[in-house]
Structures are given as C-alpha cells and as structure tokens.
Ligand binder design. Structure first.
Ligand code: PLP
Length: 367
C-alpha cells in the first residue's frame, strides 16, 4: 500500500526494525543514550537551543500539554484558526477555562500577520496566541515568523505567549523557534518524523518556562516540570512508548544524515510535484497556492465527482490510501500526505493511480 494520508506516515524498514528492538529499562543506561541522541537531533529541526521534552501521547495530547502548562483558568487567549486543528486547539483551551477570543480565518487561506496583530491589539491583556503552523485539514501553511514579528511591532510592551502547533510541519518545513520568538512548539512522531504514532515532542522557550511557573491550569500527566526534571536524567516521568522512541532514534539518524536543509528541500520539491500533478489532471487545489503546504495537499473535486468514491477506488484498485475531507469539507475534498518518508516515485505512483481512477469514474458516469 502507498500510504498517503497526512499521518500516520510510512516508516522506513530500518526504522521499523529499530522499533522492534528488544525492550530496555526506560530508567537504564541504554535508554539514556537513546534519549540523549533523540533530543539532541530534534533541536535543529525545532530551531532551538532548548532541550525538547518527550511526552507519550498524540498531537492532541501535545496541544493540551502546551495549554495547561502555560495558562491559568480565566486567561485571555487569542485562537487564530483556519481549519479543524486550529479549532481543536481553541476547544481544548476553552475546556480548561481559558477566555478564548476566536479569530476565524477563511478555510483554504492563511491567517495574515496583520489580522493576528490587529486582534491582539484589540484584546488587551491577551496572555497567549494559539497558532497552527500547518493546517492539515486544508493544506495551508501559516507564516509564523511574520505573525510573531507583526505582533511584536503592534504590541511591543505586551507580547503574548506564542504557542504553535507544528504537528504536521516540524521536521519537514523550516521552523526557527528561537528566531521567530515561539514560546511553545509541539509535534508528533507519526508525521514528519518517519516513525510510528505514540510520542509527542515539545520545546519551550525561556519565557515559556517563566510562564509555566505561574500557570495554574490543572495538570498531572502532562506536567512540563516533571518532564524536564526527568529529562535532565535522560528519562521520562512515566513509562514512554519505548519502541517508538527507538524508532525515532533511527529515523532522526537518517534525517540528520540527509541534512536538515536537504530534508526541507525534498519536501518543497515534492510539494511542488504534487500540486503540478493535480493541476495537470484538471483538478483544483483547495488551498490558496501562495500558502499551499509542502506536507499535505487538499484537492477539490469537481461537483460531478464524489470524493468518497475516488478515495475508495484509489484504495481498492490502485493501492493508494489518501485522507478524506474533515467536517464541512467531507465529500468535497481529499487530502494527500507528503511528509516524512516520501520520494518522487511515491507521489508519481499516486498521481498515476488518480489519473486512472478519474478516467474510470468518468467512463462510469458516461454509461
Ligand atoms: N494538530 C495538527 C496540525 C494535526 O495535523 C493533528 C493530526 O493530524 C493534530 C493536531 C492531532 O494529532 P493526533 O491525531 O496525533 O492527536
């Protein structure tokens, strides 16, 4: 099967083998070496000098962890959203008692730096801004650097914490946490990291650590203090998904060997390849091409074609698995994942299969 959903993503054979290594004591010396290598090799991809934390859970857990470790109930939070995952970040903040101001952008477009800076200025006392770097439901990449700079220009004396969901971007798209002034950045093992699901990776700025001391939202499992203290001893507070961390150790070795810039360049090249291929088939991109993502492409189908039958045909006849549209986009789009372990052949195989599926669908309609 050519697994082309936007996560979980394919795992190279050597990474799968590493994940099947014999179990070790997560408080022993072997795991300490693994932890050290994994956290060191994550840093260039986060663009940070901070020590990333490893938490056991999925991307949604990481969203919750970012919020409960930075905020107190009643804090005003600006959630800038352009799709399902931004909305989820906002919903979790609400569930934990934040006073959420929702800045909703159009789906398929990016939220602009001016929109976010304007909303921060219009809501004095905003404690944090929630941003989605790459909105996986629409295939749009937001300009985190530009948004951060614009907020700092507009509200230099009251810069809120900047919490960024980089679940489907970090490790595939350039990310410069320290330079961009990001306070918390999160990602998950099953996306750009060529590893199975199960681990969340999080980095926190100095300012973020200071905010953490004041933050009063309830937390236990996700507590950053526990993760940091245990991290200093090269272990985790609770039993981690050891096999997934072993897999990540090998995946990060491969990514580091390829080179950070080369990993980004490969994603840019493949993103372009997919978009060109989709347009050549006479289909439309859902995302504004100026902000179309290099990790996931959302494809809009013509009104006479049903997305679920195209998805079914691709899976059953072409052995290609793509993602469906979510919420109001169900039936209108499908999504192609191209992050992590992905090369030109994989996406060309998908495009060829799609071409054949579309021809069949049209022939069926004609009879
Ligand atoms: N945030 C983004 C941007 C995502 O793409 C996803 C999953 O696709 C999540 C959060 C939630 O991650 P998970 O499904 O691992 O909980």
């Amino acid at each position: 099967m050519n697994l082309r959903v936007p996560g979980p993503t394919p795992v190279p054979a050597e990474v799968a083998r590493a994940g099947a290594r014999p179990m070790v004591n997560h408080r022993g010396p072997e795991f300490a070496v693994t932890m050290m290598q994994v956290t060191e090799q994550l840093k260039p991809f986060f663009g940070t000098a901070q020590q990333p934390l490893l938490l056991t859970g999925s991307g949604t857990g990481a969203q919750e962890a970012a919020l409960v470790n930075m905020l107190s109930p009643g804090d005003r939070v600006l959630a800038a959203t352009v799709g399902v995952f931004g909305d989820r970040f906002a919903a979790i903040a609400e569930a934990f008692g934040a006073d959420v101001v929702h800045l909703k952008g159009e789906w398929g477009r990016a939220i602009t730096p001016e929109q976010v800076a304007g909303a921060v200025a219009a809501n004095p006392g905003t404690r944090a801004v929630l941003l989605t770097h790459n909105e996986t439901s629409t295939g749009v990449t937001n300009d985190i650097a530009g948004i951060g700079a614009s907020i700092r220009r507009a509200s230099p004396d009251a810069v809120p914490l900047i919490l960024v969901d980089g679940v489907s971007s970090i490790g595939a798209l350039p990310f410069e946490m320290d330079r961009w002034g990001v306070d918390v950045a999160i990602t998950g093992s099953q996306k750009a990291w060529m590893s199975p699901p199960g681990m969340a990776m999080i980095a926190v700025s100095q300012r973020g650590w200071e905010a953490h001391v004041e933050a009063r939202m309830p937390r236990f499992y996700w507590d950053f203090t526990k993760a940091r203290k245990n991290g200093e001893k090269q272990t985790t507070p609770f039993t981690p998904a050891v096999g997934v961390v072993h897999a990540m150790q090998e995946a990060l070795r491969l990514m580091t060997e390829e080179g950070v810039e080369q990993v980004y360049a490969r994603h840019a090249r493949i993103g372009e390849h997919v978009r060109r291929g989709i347009l050549d088939l006479g289909l439309e991109l859902f995302a504004d091409p100026a902000v179309a993502s290099n990790t996931v492409t959302a494809v809009r189908l013509p009104a006479d074609l049903d997305a679920s039958s195209v998805i079914k045909n691709l899976r059953e006849r072409r052995h290609v698995v793509v993602g469906s549209g979510q919420e109001q986009l169900k039936g209108l789009i499908f999504r192609i994942g191209h992050m992590g372990w992905v090369h030109e052949d994989d996406v060309q195989h998908l495009l060829d299969g799609l071409s054949a599926s579309l021809k069949e669908a049209r022939v069926r309609q004609a009879v």
